[in-house]
Every structure is written in structure tokens, then in C-alpha cells.
Design a protein around this ligand. Structure first.
Ligand SMILES: NC(=O)c1ccc[n+]([C@@H]2O[C@H](COP(=O)([O-])OP(=O)(O)OC[C@H]3O[C@@H](n4cnc5c(N)ncnc54)[C@H](OP(=O)(O)O)[C@@H]3O)[C@@H](O)[C@H]2O)c1
Length: 313
């Protein structure tokens, strides 16, 4: 029987640290703010937005909500992103995805300045992750003071995508050693699979990335010490596909007909063989939101550090 990796508990721990940081910034007259943009009315995005707003409230970050109709033009969207880029009250911007199909979402996320790209989706943030210029963040556990150690300029760093960043935190919080292990990531999206594989690589795992065109998926999963599935395909990973004692992280979210949520992993069969497993819900989801809040407060710190390096020491 696998042990549960408790994302809710870790999320509460991260949020309580963030809350202290928000309070500390307030002493300097700084309010941490987060811009949130929803275009249209996607149900999953609404739920994510609701959870993020409640997280903001809990830690004292001021949310600035921007709602646009499904019919909004790319021009309207880009104009709002531009105004948020210039608005000092907001330290970060989260654009809820997916955007309507006719909108080129890369055009939109690339419009966010890297200093406010707190979900790390822009090309610059993605490139810095690939170049190992921002991976130092996965070697420090939310310890803000250590981010400002001599030799490190916050201006040079970027933010890491919240979901994979949260997965790394959850693995380490659960005592999983990543170095030297074989990690199999299923999914290669820019938001989850690809950045997660880069982070695991930075942590010196041997990484295999699988996707739709992968032939004989179980050939790879059977060799894995750590399996991270991010596909949105319900029941993709079954007990027969994993080896005894594997660590299984289920990132997938599938909304069932009755409104319930299920992951990519067949819980019944996998839980019997895995050593550690994330539940859906209460696994990766809450940690993702906590990382978004942590990135936002770090952005507020960076902003202030550039103005007054001495008061942040
Ligand atoms: N828990 C959280 O906080 C959180 C956060 C973000 C996303 N999610 C969930 O995680 C899942 C992935 O999100 P995403 O944004 O990465 O989605 P995405 O952009 O649709 O990417 C899905 C990836 O999975 C691969 N894939 C799909 N079906 C597959 C199959 N049968 N076998 C092997 N690979 C398969 C796709 O391969 P190809 O590239 O070859 O098409 C693609 O790379 C979704 O269910 C999403 O809702 C959860």
C-alpha cells in the first residue's frame, strides 16, 4: 500500500511562509499584488481562479481580476497585458489557460514581461530554465534570504512554472531522492511536461519523456523509479505498468460527467504497488497554487530589492 504525498499539507506550509513574507513587505509599505486574467468562461479555469483568489486572501496578496468575454480580440487582450506590465500594483500576471482557440496563446504569454511572468510560460523564462539560469530555485526551499546571497542578482533570474516547481517541492518534501533516479515524465507540454523534465534533469535524474507518439509506454514506465503523468487521459497508468516501490505523481485532471475529478492514474491498481503516490485532489493541485503565491511574493521582493537593496538584506 502506497503512502500518500500530501499536497494540502505542503501547500499550507508554503502559504504560511508566504504570508509572513507578505507581512514583512507591508512593513516597508509594499503590497504584493497579483493580476489574474480570464478570457471566456472555461469551467476548469474558473475553479482554478476561485482557488487562487482564496489563496491570495489567505496570505494577504491583493488580487486584481480582469474578465474578458469569449469574443475578446487579441488586441484587447494584449492591451490589458501591456497595462498590467506597467502597473506597479501587480507583481505578477496569471493568464488562465486555455484561451479561446482563435487566440495565439504564445503571443499573449510572450507579451508578459519576464519580471511578471510568475508562471514561467514566456519564451525568455522557458529559455532561462533550459539554460539552467533559473534552476537555482529548486535547490532552495522557499528561503528568500538565500535568494539574495552575494553573487546572485535577482534581475537575472526568472520564475519557474508553478506546477512542475510544485512537483519538485512535493517530491522533496516527501523525502524522495531525485539524484541518480530514473524519472519518466509522460506529457511534453510547455506548461508541465517539458519544464518538469528539465527540472528533474537539473536535479540529476535520468529523464525519459513520453508523449502520444511514444510506442509501448509501459516499456518505459516499468523502468521508472519516479513516474510523473501529465496527460489528461484518465486511467492511462495502471498497476501493471509500474514496478514495485515506484513513486507516482499524478498531475492529470479529468473532469467526469458527474463533475468529479480524476487523474491519469488508476488509483486502485497503482496504489497497491507504488511506495508513494499523489491523490487527485489534494496532491499536486494545492501545491501549484501555493507556488504561484510564492512566485508572486518573490517578484514583489525582486522589485523592491532593485530599488532598495539594503533594506532587504
Ligand atoms: N494539478 C495541477 O495543478 C495541474 C496544473 C496544470 C495542468 N494539469 C493537468 O495536467 C494535464 C496536462 O496538462 P497540460 O497543460 O500539460 O496538457 P496538454 O498541453 O494537453 O499536454 C498533454 C500532454 O500529454 C501527452 N499525452 C496526451 N495523451 C497521451 C497518451 N495517451 N499517452 C501519452 N501521452 C499523452 C500529449 O502528448 P503530445 O504532445 O504528443 O500531444 C501532451 O504532451 C491536464 O489534465 C491538466 O488539466 C494539472
Amino acid at each position: 500500500m502506497a503512502e500518500i504525498m500530501d499536497g494540502r499539507r505542503l501547500s499550507e506550509m508554503i502559504k504560511s511562509k508566504v504570508k509572513k513574507e507578505v507581512k514583512a513587505l507591508k512593513r516597508y509599505g509594499i503590497d504584493a499584488g497579483l493580476g489574474l486574467m480570464l478570457v471566456g468562461n472555461n469551467l476548469a479555469s474558473r475553479q482554478y481562479l476561485k482557488a487562487t483568489l482564496s489563496g491570495c486572501k489567505k496570505v494577504g496578496i491583493t488580487p486584481f481580476e480582469h474578465y474578458l468575454p469569449e469574443t475578446a480580440s487579441i488586441n484587447e487582450i494584449l492591451n490589458i497585458v501591456g497595462s498590467i506590465n506597467r502597473d506597479e500594483r501587480m507583481n505578477g500576471l496569471l493568464v488562465l489557460l486555455p484561451l479561446p482557440r482563435r487566440i495565439n496563446y504564445r503571443r499573449v504569454v510572450n507579451e508578459i514581461i519576464p519580471e511578471k511572468d510568475i508562471d514561467g510560460l514566456g519564451s525568455l523564462s522557458a529559455g532561462r530554465l533550459a539554460a539552467d539560469e533559473s534552476t537555482f530555485q529548486i535547490f532552495r526551499r522557499g528561503d528568500y534570504a538565500s535568494l539574495y546571497s552575494p553573487g546572485h542578482s535577482p534581475a537575472l533570474s526568472s520564475f519557474l512554472p508553478c506546477t512542475p516547481f510544485g512537483v519538485i517541492r512535493l517530491l522533496e518534501h516527501s523525502g524522495v531522492k531525485i539524484k541518480g533516479k530514473h524519472a519518466v515524465v509522460i506529457g511534453k507540454s510547455l506548461a508541465v511536461g517539458k519544464p518538469l523534465s528539465l527540472m528533474l534533469l537539473a536535479k540529476e535524474a535520468t529523464v525519459t519523456v513520453c508523449h502520444k507518439a511514444t510506442q509501448n509506454l509501459s516499456h518505459f514506465t516499468k523502468q521508472a523509479d519516479i513516474i510523473c503523468s501529465a496527460t489528461g487521459t484518465r486511467g492511462l497508468i495502471t498497476g501493471k505498468m509500474i514496478r514495485d516501490g515506484a513513486v507516482v505523481v499524478d498531475i492529470g485532471i479529468n473532469v467526469l460527467d458527474d463533475g468529479a475529478i480524476a487523474g491519469d492514474v488508476d488509483w486502485e491498481s497503482v496504489e497497491k504497488k507504488a511506495s508513494l503516490i499523489t491523490p487527485v485532489s489534494g496532491g499536486v493541485g494545492p501545491v501549484t497554487i501555493a507556488m504561484l503565491l510564492e512566485n508572486t511574493v518573490r517578484s514583489a521582493h525582486n522589485n523592491q530589492f532593485l530599488k532598495h537593496p539594503l533594506i532587504m538584506a
